[in-house]
Design a protein around this ligand. Structure first.
Ligand code: UDP
Length: 192
């Protein structure tokens, strides 16, 4: 259930419908990746075929930015509302809290990720923070080993775009994780 906005795939489902699909991915041990699509990324991708491929090969492209649903409506499409990256992260945290899923937080500065983790744990006491790592570690094998040792269901990657999408593409196969989401500056929001 996807539409194309200037060649970029975007999911048409609501946040609630997407969360059901994602929960089923976790329960069935599938790997999926979520990328937030906004008009800025669409414009960049229309001039950069590698970026287009990177966005289009994700499992879910969520319509972040009101411009995406407006563009859909103008084309007679069916994308109704907006599903923001941070809204999706919050929905994933709620799902994790409900089912005691394990999350891993990778990215941002050390203090930021620690403060964000503390704030998330306070708000969602039943989810398990399986681990965290700041986004400035150079040794990628160490990053992968640390994440795998923590065995998270959900990995949030906060390295900014397109760094986080590239990290997910390059490491998805070797990481023992179900759900991968690039969340940009969201740890900064949770830490503040
Ligand atoms: N960041 C990181 N490692 C890097 C570059 C950036 O962890 O090598 C972090 C940065 O500390 C910030 C986050 O990426 O917390 C998101 O940055 P930005 O707001 O620029 O991303 P956007 O949401 O605009 O894609």
């Amino acid at each position: 259930m996807k539409e194309q906005i200037l060649g970029v795939n975007v999911n048409m489902q609501s946040e609630e419908e997407l969360m059901q699909l994602i929960d089923s991915d976790i329960r069935n041990g599938r790997k999926s990746r979520i990328v937030a699509i906004n008009p800025e990324k669409v414009m960049m991708a229309s001039k950069n075929s590698e970026l287009m491929e990177l966005l289009n090969e994700s499992t879910y492209q969520i319509p972040d930015g009101i411009g995406i649903s407006v563009a859909s409506r103008l084309r007679g499409g069916e994308i109704k509302g907006r599903v923001t990256g941070i809204g999706m992260m919050d929905a994933l945290l709620k799902l994790a809290n409900k089912n005691s899923y394990r999350i891993f937080m990778y990215g941002a500065k050390k203090d930021t990720v620690e403060l964000a983790a503390a704030s998330i744990q306070g708000k969602y006491p039943k989810l398990v923070i399986a681990g965290m790592l700041d986004g400035y570690e150079k040794d990628m094998d160490k990053v992968a080993r640390t994440i795998n040792a923590a065995k998270p269901h959900i990995l949030f990657v906060a390295l900014g775009s397109p760094k986080q999408e590239l990290f997910i593409r390059e490491n998805m196969e070797r990481l023992d994780v179900n759900i991968f989401q690039g969340v940009g500056g969201s740890f900064d929001v949770y830490s503040g």
